[in-house]
Design a protein around this ligand. Structure first.
Ligand code: ADP
Length: 151
């Protein structure tokens, strides 16, 4: 008997969950992609958040569903407006890293009131996008945590 309370054991288990074990594949578009292209990519990729990369392939922006809906409300031609006009841009992007604790990523989603985070790798020239963490990944971890307890 370890003398640990149930909640201590649960905390211990949650702290073993790393972003890398739960991350999904990122879906990206280039800065010069049109809003129309981004909407198509969002449907084809079956994601709610797109990451925007610059010509060198490094993270430069984020596009949410509502960013694209807002851009579609006006009468402008969605083939002409490019995503770099409407995206949330660096350095205002909240990111996480593969070896971060999943609970830290979850806290960022709550604190910033956003649906997803890019998982990035630091390089001297910029942030490389290697994954994606969304509320769905957190929900999966939550379910796993509870179901594993019952076996
Ligand atoms: P929605 O806008 O569809 O409700 P979000 O809540 O994820 O989706 O996004 C809210 C706003 O925050 C959007 O303008 C979006 O560009 C921005 N955003 C989304 N994810 C991030 C992020 N990881 N870092 C910074 N801003 C973000």
């Amino acid at each position: 008997f370890t003398g640990k309370t149930g909640s201590e054991l649960l905390t211990e288990k949650v702290k073993q969950y790393k972003v890398s074990e739960f991350q999904s594949v990122p879906v990206v578009v280039k800065e010069d992609a049109s809003v129309y292209d981004a909407i198509s990519t969002m449907f084809l990729g079956d994601v709610g958040t797109l990451f925007v990369v610059n010509d060198d392939g490094y993270l430069s922006g984020v596009l949410s569903r509502k960013d694209l809906l807002r851009a579609s409300l006006g009468n402008q031609d969605l083939n002409i407006v490019s995503v770099h006009i409407i995206m949330t841009r660096m350095p205002n992007i909240t990111v996480c890293r593969a070896d971060d604790l999943l609970i830290e990523a979850a806290k960022k989603l709550i604190d910033k009131q956003i649906d997803g985070l890019p998982v990035v790798k630091d390089t001297p020239s910029g942030l490389q996008v290697i994954g994606r963490i969304t509320k769905t990944n957190i929900t999966k971890a939550f379910v796993e945590l509870i179901l594993d307890e019952q076996v």
